[in-house]
Design a protein around this ligand. Structure first.
Ligand code: ASP
Length: 410
């Protein structure tokens, strides 16, 4: 055991991250090498996403045996997602209203950098249902794939014995295979993370911050409170376990989320780590985490709220209490609709700006620091998903335990 702990994977990842920062600052001229390594790692992760999400959700639903236990798991997951995202938004709302980072800043929108998006709230819901499951898979559209997987898992469960067994075994085999490949890709994480961070630090210097520094720290303060206080507190309340020990065990996916800025790309690692290192059951992890990676984005929700109110402040526009309430609700919906990919939150922000009639060019104000904020909010997103999976697994164990005598809870 002593041998194994010598240079564990999370320590290797931190070493990679540190080396990336140092080289990014002192030797930015070779950043292209970092870019190559990082992109290779990202591609490997992305390669796993669709088959992993599909097989894990189908298995998660199939193994929830009955419609009522599926409903129970779904309901717990939904309640957890919505309440933690709302808590995150309210934290952000508090900080941005108290600190007022936009008031008095005379920012002018950088021209022509506003990402055009035709999204509306209606589209967010419509896009959840695939019109062609194969094209959704081929184009990496996660939400429609989840929708189809939920249906497939549910209806496999009501098939006759023979086709049910065949499909369940097939899906399980695909899932096992994806987890094996994930285990292999994780070994490359330290190098991949080194490359991603090297490239980011070298290409986005500290100069971009300028007068956005105050805004940056407002979002960061909210994220840190949610990450280090709110979520650990919820974790403790439900499990009576040490949340920081859990955080440490989840370090590899957290650092990966930070470096890739993508909850979806991190998903294989999140599932593997929470099952192997924390002992969360495959049934819960396979259901809660893939869903969470696209739907549950506490960090993104918090950031949307702060950014929109910041934009209003910067333009000198007063938002009434009713308008702020609209911001809160749309921030929640937008965080559900945003994909787990880099800077998805920035693109979706126009939906909220439209809802409260703020100038869409406002997005141009905050774009410069978005890449960095994305790292922090993605890590928060992944931590919230993981915390949810652990809590729900715990409560499912409790149920099983009271139904069939005691069993070991890690
Ligand atoms: N990058 C974030 C994620 O993947 C989404 C966002 O806020 O842009 O979780």
């Amino acid at each position: 055991m002593g041998k194994k702990l010598k240079f564990p994977i999370y320590a290797q990842i931190i070493a990679g991250l540190t080396a990336g920062v140092v080289l990014g600052i002192f030797s930015p001229e070779y950043a292209a090498v970092g870019g190559f390594l990082g992109t290779m790692f990202l591609r490997l992760l992305k390669m796993l996403i669709i088959p992993l999400i599909f097989s894990s959700i189908v298995m998660g639903v199939v193994s929830t045996a009955s419609a009522s236990s599926f409903g129970r798991l779904g309901l717990k997951t939904l309640i957890y997602y919505i309440s933690t995202s709302l808590l995150a938004i309210l934290t952000g709302q508090f900080f941005v209203n108290v600190l007022k980072p936009g008031v008095g800043t005379h920012l002018r929108a950088a021209a022509a950098v506003v990402p055009a998006t035709g999204f509306s709230l209606k589209d967010i819901f419509l896009n959840m249902v695939p019109d062609n499951i194969f094209s959704a898979m081929a184009n990496g559209k996660v939400l429609p794939v989840i929708f189809f997987a939920l249906l497939a898992g549910f209806f496999i469960g009501v098939l006759n014995e023979k086709p049910r067994r065949t499909l369940t075994e097939l899906m399980d085999a695909v899932y096992q295979l994806m987890m094996k490949i994930t285990g292999f890709v994780i070994l490359l994480a330290p190098v991949g993370i080194f490359g991603l961070i090297y490239k980011t630090v070298a290409s986005t210097g500290a100069a971009v911050f300028g007068n956005l520094l105050f805004y940056f720290f407002t979002v960061l303060a909210g994220l840190l409170v949610h990450f280090f206080i709110t979520l650990p507190l919820i974790f403790f309340l439900f499990t009576r376990r040490n949340p920081y020990r859990f955080m440490k065990r989840m370090l590899a996916p957290l650092v990966t989320a930070f470096s890739t800025s993508s909850s979806s790309a991190t998903l294989p690692l999140t599932i593997e780590t929470i099952e192997k290192k924390v002992g969360v059951s495959n049934r819960v992890a396979g259901f809660v985490l893939p869903l969470g990676a696209t739907v549950n984005m506490d960090g993104t929700a918090l950031y949307e709220c702060v950014a929109v109110i910041f934009i209003a402040q910067a333009y000198g526009i007063h938002l009434t209490a009713a308008q702020q309430a609209v911001v809160v609700v749309t921030a929640l919906l937008v965080s559900i609709g945003a994909a787990g990919i880099p800077m998805a939150g920035l693109v979706m922000m126009t939906v909220i700006l439209k809802a409260v009639h703020l100038p869409l060019e406002g997005v141009g104000l905050i774009i410069a620091v978005d890449r960095f904020l994305d790292m922090f909010r993605t890590a928060t997103n992944v931590f919230s998903d993981s915390t949810g999976a652990r809590i729900i697994d715990f409560s499912e164990h409790r149920r099983a335990e009271s139904a069939s005598g005691p069993q070991l809870l890690k």
